[in-house]
Design a protein around this ligand. Structure first.
Ligand SMILES: Nc1ncnc2c1ncn2[C@@H]1O[C@H](COP(=O)(O)OP(=O)(O)O)[C@@H](O)[C@H]1O
Ligand SMILES: [Mg+2]
Length: 236
């Protein structure tokens, strides 16, 4: 039996060019947790996720995922290990249909992918109705469901979501939050999500890391993720 966390980040530093952006990020997430990474614009939340899927190489510090040292690995190695990434702005393929977008997710996820197609349509029935529709013609909320479905179909152990509520109407955000909670409960998926929207943070996070200037400056522990604590940390 291992008690090692699904994700363990220690002293991570990363630059864009010569500018240091991440300046010693530390965090740990246990299996099945839903954790929020919150903070104001430009503090390094997206940069952190980019490091955790291998799109940006850290220049100091370590990343361990599912007991493996992933420091310096390319993004396909993260995907093969079971990390699913839903980028900020969603990034679905606009000229491909819903079904074709999901097929791309299957390729990324490897041979385990196919069996989860039905599950994706169960969690997001709207996608089933729109199987043959071009993704670029769908609403922001539908595209977000598709982006999550495309990651989910590869059966990830860890899902990283970057501002899933951005530009989406509140009722759809609530539905997506409920789906994420069911996914965690039924599939055991561990979830780390970046968010600035208070309602979304309150709706799904059990615990939050608060980022400021490229570092985790505070943690909101389980049971204390409330409107007051989150507002206090985000100064909103
Ligand atoms: N591709 C890039 N090249 C150079 N600087 C960048 C790039 N992406 C982001 N930055 C800068 O890095 C900092 C952190 O950005 P980001 O991680 O996107 O913040 P957040 O997601 O918290 O809003 C910001 O100052 C931003 O301007
Ligand atoms: Mg961002």
């Amino acid at each position: 039996m291992t008690t090692e966390p699904v994700l363990s980040v220690t002293g991570l530093w990363a630059n864009y060019g010569a500018t240091p952006i991440l300046q010693g990020v530390d965090m740990g997430i246990a299996k099945g947790e839903i954790v929020g990474l919150i903070g104001r614009n430009g503090v390094g939340k997206t940069t952190t996720l980019r490091c955790l899927i291998g799109l940006l190489r850290a220049n100091r510090g370590g990343i361990r995922i599912l007991g493996k040292d992933m420091t310096g690995q390319p993004s396909d190695a993260f995907a093969r290990l079971g990390v699913g990434y839903i980028p900020q702005g969603r990034d679905v393929f606009p000229r491909m249909t819903v079904a074709e977008n999901l097929a791309v997710g299957e390729l990324i996820g490897g041979p385990g992918g196919r069996k989860l197609e039905d599950l994706v349509y169960q969690y997001f029935p709207r996608l089933a109705e729109r199987r043959t529709q071009l993704a670029g013609t769908m609403s922001g909320g539908e595209q977000q469901q598709l982006a999550i479905g495309r990651a989910l179909i590869g059966n990830p152990a860890l899902m990283l979501l970057d501002e899933p509520s951005e530009g989406i109407q509140p009722s759809i955000v609530q539905m997506i939050c409920d789906a994420l909670k069911s996914i965690r409960k039924e599939l055991g998926t561990t979830i780390l999500f970046v968010e600035q929207n208070l309602d979304t943070i309150l709706a799904i996070s059990e615990r939050c890391y608060v980022m400021e200037k490229g570092r985790i400056m505070a943690e909101i522990p389980p049971g204390q993720v409330t409107s007051e604590t989150v507002r206090g940390h985000l100064s909103i």
